[in-house]
Design a protein around this ligand. Structure first.
Ligand code: FAD
Length: 474
């Protein structure tokens, strides 16, 4: 990269957090350049024709409850720059072995009434969160601080700290509610017997009611494109194809924002970092990874439970017990025979991504860190259990294992899509307890999902890191 005159800020990496940081700095009037290693911008929000011509797949993220609810993205005029969220009729479907499916609907009462005997318990669990979400969101999607709404946050925290498997057994009597809750909680990438896993189920369930689980029209790349176009309108610049190996590669700038995770920070800045901070980075842990398949399909997935045909997201794994067992196996380093599979079927609501009458689908399962095992047969067998005839629709497929993901995007270390384990310890210290974004190097900040509030497409890590940098600058 050419070393021109000093600029205000350089952002390394153009994932949603890098772009959020760049926009935050540019909105404050700073000159900003984003330096991206890959040939295209977007990090985890890119879309490509991975299988056949005319079939546009989301390479990483596809479903955006965190994106649509992001307190930061909400402040941006992204719809003016081409971003349109499309909402399914059913936010999430979880098919069960009896041929029925548990459903997450926008309407809390409707969701509760479908859960039969567990309806009142479901409502008791989620109603306070739904009612107080606007108060809770800025406290939950932020680094550790004294909450602005301590009572609401404490009420959330008491339940969130519980292992999801226990909360599901304690709160619900029947299979559908238990499976629905454990499936959402499995986004934690932790065994569901671990503390804090309920936090994921509670937040994702609440978002189903207050915001929805939409897709972006034209693919997740529309979000990256909208952020980039808005950034350019503020005077920001983006450079692609420039992998940063050392801080010395960068032009002089008052602020350097790194949309990279802890291990990469050590590689990029290692020699300049104090030994104690280096050790902290070395102790930082990465979790299980993903094996993902993208399919070009001749028709929609023929789910036995017809309600699954009205949702862009389907959690495939059967009962809460099955999901719990599979996630525990992954944590122990085992590849489950019947993995928990997350399926996205965006063309049901966004037909623009495939030729007329055809469909795309995306699915991943959790696998041990760094795995290169091909899970295609196991993932397809799981879907076939709940959608017989699925395999006959496959026109083309594309797969990626953990190491191929890391090669594709250096942030996905060992296939970990969350930028590091999100257990209690690394939830609090990510990578450190206070001002986690600030590194010991003056003006250098971490802003990726390896900082609070962690993985997902919400831009809040970038927003908080850039806000701290602006305060430091003053
Ligand atoms: C298969 C998969 C499915 C997912 N599904 C969802 C989903 O449905 N919903 C959701 O909310 N989240 C999902 N996620 C997670 C989400 O994509 C990430 O949490 C999110 O993208 C993290 O954003 P980030 O900006 O921190 O990092 P990233 O999006 O990973 O971006 C980092 C960027 O920095 C660049 N970079 C890294 N190192 C350097 C360097 N040294 N020099 C220059 N550039 C560099 C990378 O090329 C990349 O473009 C998924 C992820 C994967 C992999």
């Amino acid at each position: 990269m050419a070393k021109g005159s000093d600029m205000d800020a350089v952002v390394v990496g153009s994932g949603p957090n890098g772009l959020a940081a760049a926009v935050t700095l540019a909105r404050a009037g700073l000159s900003v350049t984003v330096v991206e290693g890959a040939p295209t911008i977007g990090g985890g929000t890119r879309s490509e024709e991975l299988t056949l011509p005319g079939f546009l797949h989301d390479v990483c993220s596809a479903i955006h409850p965190l994106g649509v609810a992001s307190p930061f993205f909400k402040t941006l005029p992204l719809s003016e720059y081409g971003l349109e969220w499309i909402y399914p009729e059913v936010q999430l479907a979880h098919p069960l072995p009896d041929g029925e499916a548990a459903l997450l609907l926008r309407d809390l009462d409707a969701t509760s009434s479908l859960l039969g005997k567990d309806g009142p318990s479901y409502r008791r669990l989620f109603q306070p969160l739904v009612e107080r979400w606007d108060d809770l969101a800025p406290d939950l999607l932020a680094p550790l601080h004294f909450p602005r709404h301590p009572v609401a946050t404490a009420l959330f925290g008491i339940r969130a700290l519980l292992p999801a498997h226990q909360l599901a057994r304690f709160s619900f009597k029947e299979a559908p509610a238990r499976a629905l809750f454990c499936g959402m909680s499995a986004h934690a990438f932790l065994p569901l017997q671990h503390p804090l896993t309920s936090a994921f189920g509670l937040i994702l369930g609440t978002l189903g009611h207050v915001a929805g689980w939409p897709v972006a029209r034209g693919g997740s790349q529309s979000l990256a494109a909208a952020l980039a176009t808005y950034l350019r309108s503020l005077g920001g610049e983006l450079v692609t194809g420039c992998q940063v190996k050392s801080l010395a590669d960068l032009p002089a700038a008052r602020i350097v924002m790194l949309d990279v995770t802890e291990r990469q920070l050590e590689a990029i800045a290692g020699p300049h970092l104090p030994a104690a901070y280096q050790r902290r980075l070395q102790r930082y842990r990465y979790g299980p990874g993903v094996f993902k398949i993208d399919w070009a399909l001749d028709g929609p997935i023929p789910w036995t439970a017809a309600d699954c045909r009205h949702s862009a997201t389907v959690h495939v794994g059967g009962t809460a017990e099955d999901v719990t067992a599979g996630e525990a196996e992954v944590w122990r380093g085992v590849h489950p025979e019947r993995p928990f599979v997350l399926v996205a079927q965006p063309t049901l609501i966004d037909p623009s991504r495939a030729p007329q009458g055809k469909h795309i689908a995306w699915a991943y399962c959790h696998v041990p860190h760094g795995s290169t095992v091909d899970m295609t047969a196991r993932i397809e067998a799981q879907i076939e259990r709940f959608a017989p005839g699925f395999r006959d629709l496959v026109l083309g497929r594309h797969t990626r294992n953990c190491l191929q993901y890391e090669h594709y995007n250096a942030n996905i270390i060992g296939g970990d899509i969350n930028g590091g384990v999100q257990d209690l310890r690394q939830f609090l210290a990510r990578p450190k307890l206070l001002a986690p974004y600030r590194t010991p190097l003056p003006g250098v900040y971490l802003c990726s999902s390896g900082t609070p509030p962690g993985g997902g497409v919400h831009g809040m890590c970038g927003y908080h890191a850039a806000s701290l940098a602006l305060r430091d600058l003053k």
